[in-house]
Design a protein around this ligand. Structure first.
Ligand SMILES: *Cc1c(COP(=O)(O)O)cnc(C)c1O
Length: 495
């Protein structure tokens, strides 16, 4: 039996459905299963399979308490015609390397991969305590892209509501409009006076607030849950595209079954790259996972020194979705790397909460570094990479992908090991920065920048982004960090 418990204690034994419904453990830890890797995915049968078939192979191992029909329905609904490429996450050549596009979903964000299916998982879970009227309120803090993708996934989903907080003035104009124009009777969007870490920490506190939980259950039949990448149901769908990349490289005859591949991953909360680690544990031949950061290089420092220290300046950069000082999912990687010892994780996370820093033992660091390589790019380097990638490959990348491109170019290539750069956003989400980097006109509105970029590069503006110019803004609220819990309660009252 596959059961889930907190990274900080092994007493719980939840099914994957219960873990998905609950989101985060009561002690603040993240749900993990000790059975991960006991059953692997057959890579010899990957070539020629559709994304949906691969998704079924992978998800049935990771979420075994979902029925076969349930999983197939979830997959068919989540990875259908709302995607602009039938391969869902197409792998393309990029010079001597490869790029996997994760942004062809309905909101042009890589978060769509997970957030199109999470609401479908949730709809197939049932209340733990038998309260048939129970509804779920998703509460999420976003550094930009998660918010819209979550809103799109949960809009008008039966039995759920969603409240999204974003840091005021710290997401792009396009990202803000994507959220504030969201339709649906169960959605709430609110700006917060603070940065992403403030918002995310407060959301975690809201989840830990037992009095609030009791009031919501008694007054509104509402339980809170999370759509951030701390949710198991958000993490596991991301494992699929690593297998899909491998299948596509097999089909393109770049590799044979069993050959190793490197993945370069623009990283923030450590969800995307952690999914690559899960893929490896499920039997995918991954040689290296390269963690690419922006100027907020807390992960680079950790992976090179063994000390994680969030006491440092927070930079707002042109890659806002990677502007993160606490990478929540690192906790899961540490759990598995540290031989599944919840006491060590508790100790480290207490240090993080108390001192803002922790240090891992040297042998643990050495083990982590065997798999995880790392690098980071400053903003000038990001701009330069956008220009050089266009010059060298006639391929336009966004500022997040450009961090990864920089790190990939810095690393010595191993001729026998293909490298796949994960591209996490459409360049059209950051048209002003991209135009500046390419020497194109960048004054005008974001929409004028999009048109200019399309004309100059012969690429197409995604319709969902272009249409924002004329969409109605529905949400204009902005609250202090200290008022977020109260705001959630008001939204729950209206559910
Ligand atoms: C979320 C996001 C990332 C970071 O992914 P994590 O899973 O948080 O590491 C990188 N780039 C973009 C564009 C994103 O939206």
């Amino acid at each position: 039996m596959t059961t889930f418990h907190s990274t900080r204690s092994s007493t719980d034994a939840l099914t994957s459905k219960q873990a998905i419904r609950k989101g985060i453990a009561d002690d603040g830890g993240l749900f993990v299963t000790d059975q991960l890797g006991e059953t692997t995915v057959d890579i010899s049968a990957l070539a020629g399979k559709s994304y949906q078939q691969i998704a079924f192979d992978v998800l049935s191992v990771l979420l075994p308490d979902f029925g076969e029909d349930e999983l197939k329905q979830c997959i068919a609904e989540a990875y259908g015609s709302q995607w602009s490429d039938e391969r869902i996450t197409p792998v393309k050549r990029l010079g001597d390397d490869y790029v996997m596009e994760l942004f062809n979903g309905p909101t042009c964000a890589f978060k769509d991969v997970a957030l199109q299916i999470l609401p479908r998982f949730m709809a197939r879970t049932t209340p733990a305590d038998g309260d048939a009227d129970e509804k779920i309120m998703i509460v999420t803090a976003t550094s930009g892209d998660t918010g819209k993708a979550a809103l799109a996934g949960f809009a008008d989903a039966a039995g759920t509501g969603i409240t999204v907080f974003y840091p005021q003035g710290r997401v792009s104009r396009v990202q803000e409009l994507q959220m504030t124009t969201q339709t649906g009777s169960n959605v709430h969007v609110c700006a917060v006076n603070g940065n992403f870490d403030d918002a995310q920490s407060t959301v975690k506190e809201i989840f830990g607030d037992q009095e609030l939980a009791e009031r919501l259950a008694a007054d509104d039949h509402v339980v809170l849950s999370s759509a951030n990448s701390i949710n198991v149901g958000r993490l596991v769908p991301q494992v699929v595209y690593y297998f899909s990349a491998y299948a596509q490289l097999l089909e393109q005859q770049v590799i044979n079954v069993g050959d190793e591949v490197d993945f370069v991953v623009p990283t923030g909360n450590f969800g995307d790259v952690l999914a690559g680690y899960y893929a490896k544990m499920l039997g995918l031949p991954v040689r290296q996972l390269v963690v690419a950061s922006d100027k907020n290089n807390v992960l680079f420092d950790f992976l090179t020194t063994g000390t994680y220290n969030r006491n440092r300046p927070f930079y707002e950069t042109i890659s806002p979705s990677m502007d993160i000082l606490i990478s929540s999912n690192l906790e899961r990687m540490l759990y598995y790397m540290a031989e599944k010892d919840p006491r060590l994780i508790t100790y480290l996370m207490n240090d993080l909460a108390q001192y803002g820093a922790y240090e891992v033992p040297p042998q643990l660091l050495a083990q982590i570094r065997q798999l995880f390589a790392t690098g980071w790019a400053d903003e000038d380097q990001v701009r330069q990479m956008i220009a050089e990638c266009w010059r060298d490959n006639h391929y336009v990348i966004d500022p997040h992908t450009a961090c990864g491109y920089f790190v990939m170019r810095q690393m010595p290539a191993d001729p026998g090991t293909p490298r796949v750069l994960l591209s996490t956003a459409s360049p059209y989400k950051f048209p002003r920065v991209v135009n500046e980097a390419l020497g194109l006109k960048a004054d005008g509105t974001d929409f004028e920048c999009m048109d200019e970029l399309a004309a100059a590069t012969g690429t197409e503006v995604p319709a969902m982004l272009r249409g924002l110019e004329s969409a109605d803004v529905r949400f204009r609220d902005c609250v202090e960090v200290s008022d977020m819990a109260h705001y959630v309660e008001q939204c729950a009252n209206r559910l």
